[in-house]
Write a protein that binds this ligand. Structure first.
Ligand code: HMG
Ligand code: MG
Length: 300
């Protein structure tokens, strides 16, 4: 048996939360359905956060209600608190993603709480989701650097990871929120995290602000990680992290793993058709390498 990776699409959430305008609900629904058709099995659809904080995703409830579900596809959403969990349960999410940061300042800006005050808020969310039999993932943001504090000590990352597992998450996702990591740092952080949790419970979430995301993903793969996030067209960014830009483009991730003969379960050609479709809906060129290659091939 060859190698395989588990890829989670975060474009509908991380991608669209950072678009300047609000995208129509029917486009969001069609995007998720097209991604499922291309073989994507893990999709982060939206966020049940406060609509004033992220107006782009204020229609999360409606998006979930309108998606025609497929068996074997996990649809997830960000959930910051019990109010969000009630909405997420009503929407019948398959997985709940709680989130916090490894640095105090970003945690405060993003969710209006200190790190210490966040755990009591997340505890009932995690317990409530587990009681419903849902998968729970815990994002840790600013793992590789914070827009307000600079480099974040690995000890801070480990402390948050450890606490999230104590609270009951099934997995953690380590986020390079502002795209500052380099491959040696990724290898070091993965090695440290592996001391406290097996790597099949760890995923990596890279933003590509400085063009390092694919190199970082490879470093994570070489260190033993098999779960990665990507975003269609390289869309994404956190509105509460100045300087954050898009996630690594899923179509470039597919090129990487297909080229390495690593199974992804996603059909790259069909996925690229979804990228072209989304480009037409957003009325702007999407900046991934794979999309640029496809566009120039059409023109040749
Ligand atoms: P707050 O103002 O401190 O909330 O915001 P609160 O608990 O004090 O409640 C204030 C009011 O909001 C109340 O209403 C609540 O009911 C309501 P009132 O009683 O005054 O009428 N409220 C809600 N309404 C709807 N849905 C809810 C909800 N919660 C409270 N869920 C809060 C705290 C966490 C809610 C806010 O700060 C927030 O929504 N933040 C979200 C920020 C965000 O989404 N950031 C982007 C995602 S993170 C990211 O992108 C990083 C990631 O990609 C990984 C990486 O790249 O590293 C994941
Ligand atoms: Mg992100």
């Amino acid at each position: 048996m060859g190698e395989r990776v588990w890829l989670r699409e975060v474009g509908p959430r991380d991608g669209l939360q950072n678009e300047p305008g609000v995208i129509a609900t029917e486009i969001k629904v069609e995007l998720v359905e097209r991604l499922m058709d291309a073989g994507v099995r893990f999709i982060e659809v939206s966020s049940f956060v406060h609509p004033k904080w992220i107006p782009q995703l204020a229609d999360a409830d409606e998006v979930f209600a309108r998606i025609r579900r497929r068996p074997g596809v996990e649809l997830s959403a960000l959930v910051p608190n019990e109010r969000g969990l009630a909405r997420a349960l009503a929407a019948k999410v398959d997985a709940v993603h709680v989130f916090m940061s490894a640095s105090e300042s970003h945690n405060l800006k993003n969710i209006n709480k200190t790190i210490a005050d966040t755990y009591p808020v997340l505890r009932p969310v995690i317990e409530g989701a587990k009681a419903e039999g849902l998968v729970v993932r815990g994002y840790v943001s600013t793992v590789f650097g914070c827009p307000y504090e600079g480099k974040v000590p690995v000890s801070q990352v480990l402390s948050v990871v450890e606490r999230l597992f104590e609270l009951g998450v099934d997995e953690v996702a380590l986020g390079d929120t502002i795209g500052v990591a380099v491959p040696t740092q990724v290898a070091e952080v993965v090695r440290e995290v592996e001391r406290i949790v097996p790597l099949d419970r760890v995923s990596l979430h890279f933003h590509d602000t400085r063009g390092m995301a694919i190199a970082n993903m490879y470093a994570g793969f070489a260190a033993g990680v098999r779960r990665f996030d990507g975003s269609i067209g390289g869309l994404g960014g956190c509105p509460y992290a100045p300087g954050a830009s898009g996630n690594v483009a899923m179509e470039d991730v597919l090129y990487l793993f297909n080229g390495m003969d690593v199974e992804t379960g996603i059909e790259a050609e069909r996925y690229l058709d979804v990228v072209a479709w989304l480009e037409s809906k957003l009325n702007k060129p999407l900046a991934s390498h794979a999309r640029q290659v496809a566009r120039s091939a059409c023109q040749a």
